[in-house]
Design a protein around this ligand. Structure first.
Ligand SMILES: Cc1ncc(COP(=O)(O)O)c(CN[C@@H]2CONC2=O)c1O
Length: 474
């Protein structure tokens, strides 16, 4: 009998090609161990609330009232909710077409897209058009929509930083395009060079690939580097001369842990450059409520802003967005609150600032604790986490360890991470899941475990690592 449509062997080959290590072999093994009763520290996913981070109070108050509008009619509502939360809830509800249970426009509620546009205008000092801002179910969906629009087939290549967040390699594979790596230089604090970019593009073209777009992740995941204004200018100039669309993944723009390179958007640098490039270079920028000091990953709220994209193409992107009917409406409200938070003088302002600063300052301390912890370990070197929420140490594995990994049929860093998991319960993602230079091994953790547990976790890591290295040292 011929195979059925959902038999494995007859599935879409692109689906079978996809890899996504953030929830791969290590995560599955960690989940098994957890079921067996072992205490697992899931540092594999940038999922702050799963590691104990408390949600910000104000947004939850507003969305709670929007989800349960009957509370607004309760005579006791002002005993439980501050007046500014009540006012914002009424404001958003008045813009939905029947509350949170109704579909919104496929691009998202115009009122919230206006709030996003105002935020971008304040941040960059240049106007932003709500008609060119689409709200999405997390930044992931926006990235996939744009890659789907750009990739016509195997001959189309997307330039992606390596190490990269595997949403990109997975989506490119899913849409049948070609992954074109450009390597970040670990010894240059994960910097990149225009020469390397040019070489990557030339190599792809020599194979008949049409490179169509370039991805930047700023701040970087898993590498944590923050791009300087000069870096961004070079990248924009490179894309302009090579006729590439720039996809600016800026979901960690609130997560900055050093003062030398504050976040600056690709949009701002492009507009500052002026001249033809600022009117012609095609740029799409992505943001989310999952990161920053919000960490509202489960809400699934995001947006992308299109710059210099022809109106007919915008219409096509709108048409495809319409297939999914409506982005998640509660998440749209989270997005509106994130880009338009309480202001000085608002009742909730002091509490909001106290909570937000508390989270960011703790993340900055945890970035330092983790980096220093890794650098105190045998055969481990680690660049400081300038931004985002990950640490990506290089693990210098002795040859006999690599040999044993081969015998076990595992990539060397997978072998090491599995041993780490079994010994300590620390669940990480092997560097091979993000891409790395041949023969150089890493792992990715998050800087998210609770600050009061961080030193103990690093001690536990150090004990395991040093015993592992002594076991395999010649
Ligand atoms: C660079 C980057 N872009 C987009 C996303 C998607 O975010 P949304 O939640 O808005 O879809 C993530 C999530 N980071 C994943 C999730 O946790 N750990 C990670 O590496 C990310 O790291």
């Amino acid at each position: 009998m011929s195979s059925k449509a959902l038999d494995y062997e007859s599935l879409n080959e692109n689906v079978k090609k996809v890899q996504y290590a953030v929830r791969g072999e290590l995560y599955l093994r960690a989940s098994e161990l957890e079921k067996e009763g072992k205490k697992i520290i899931f540092t594999n996913v940038g999922n702050p609330h799963a590691l104990g981070q408390k949600p910000l109070t104000f947004p939850r108050q507003v969305v709670a009232l929007c989800q349960a509008p009957f509370l607004l009619d309760d005579s006791n509502v002002s005993l439980l909710f501050p007046a500014d939360a009540i006012a914002r809830a009424k404001h958003y509800l008045s813009y939905t077409s029947g509350g949170l249970g109704a579909y919104s426009d496929s691009r998202g509620l115009l009122e919230i897209r206006k709030e996003v546009a105002d935020f971008i205008g304040r941040r960059d000092g240049y106007p932003s058009d709500p008609e060119l801002i689409y709200l999405t179910d997390g930044a992931s969906k926006g990235v996939m929509q744009l890659l789907n629009a750009i990739i016509r087939g195997q001959g189309d290549g997307i330039l992606v930083p390596v190490p990269q967040y595997p949403l990109y390699s997975a989506a490119i594979a899913l849409f049948g395009g070609s992954f074109v790596p450009y390597y970040l230089e670990e010894t240059a604090n994960w910097g990149l060079s225009a020469a390397d970019l040019g070489q990557s593009v030339a190599q792809a073209r020599a194979k008949g690939i049409t490179v169509r777009a370039m991805v930047i992740i700023n701040p970087g995941n898993p590498t944590g580097q923050c791009l300087s204004e000069a870096n961004l200018r070079d990248i924009l100039q490179f894309c302009y001369q090579e006729n590439l669309v720039l996809l600016g993944d800026e979901v960690y723009q609130q997560n900055i842990y050093q003062d030398e390179r504050p976040f600056i958007s690709a949009k701002k640098v492009l507009m500052d450059m002026g001249g033809p490039i600022s009117r012609e270079l095609q740029l799409v920028s992505f943001h989310t409520v999952s990161k920053g000091y919000w960490g509202e990953c489960g809400q699934r709220g995001g947006y992308f802003e299109m710059t210099n994209i022809p109106s007919r193409s915008v219409e096509e992107i709108y048409k495809v967005a319409s297939i999914s009917l409506s982005p998640n409406v509660p998440a749209q409200i989270f997005m509106g609150l994130m880009v338009n938070p309480p202001k000085p003088g608002d009742i909730s302002y002091d509490q909001f600032v106290r909570e937000s600063k508390g989270i960011l300052e703790s993340l900055r301390r945890r970035a330092r604790i983790m980096t220093d912890g890794f650098n105190s370990c045998m055969n481990v070197v680690c660049n400081f986490t300038e931004g985002a929420m990950y640490s990506f140490p290089q693990i210098r594995l002795p040859p006999r360890a690599i040999e044993d990994a081969k015998k076990a049929g595992k990539a060397a860093d997978v072998f090491y991470c599995l041993k780490l998991l079994e010994a300590t319960g620390i669940s990480t993602v092997p560097g091979s899941g993000f891409g790395q230079k041949e023969g150089v091994f890493h792992l990715r953790t998050t800087i998210l475990p609770a600050e009061e547990d961080m030193l103990e976790i690093m001690e536990s890591f150090k004990k395991f690592n040093n015993e592992f290295m002594e076991q395999y040292e010649d």
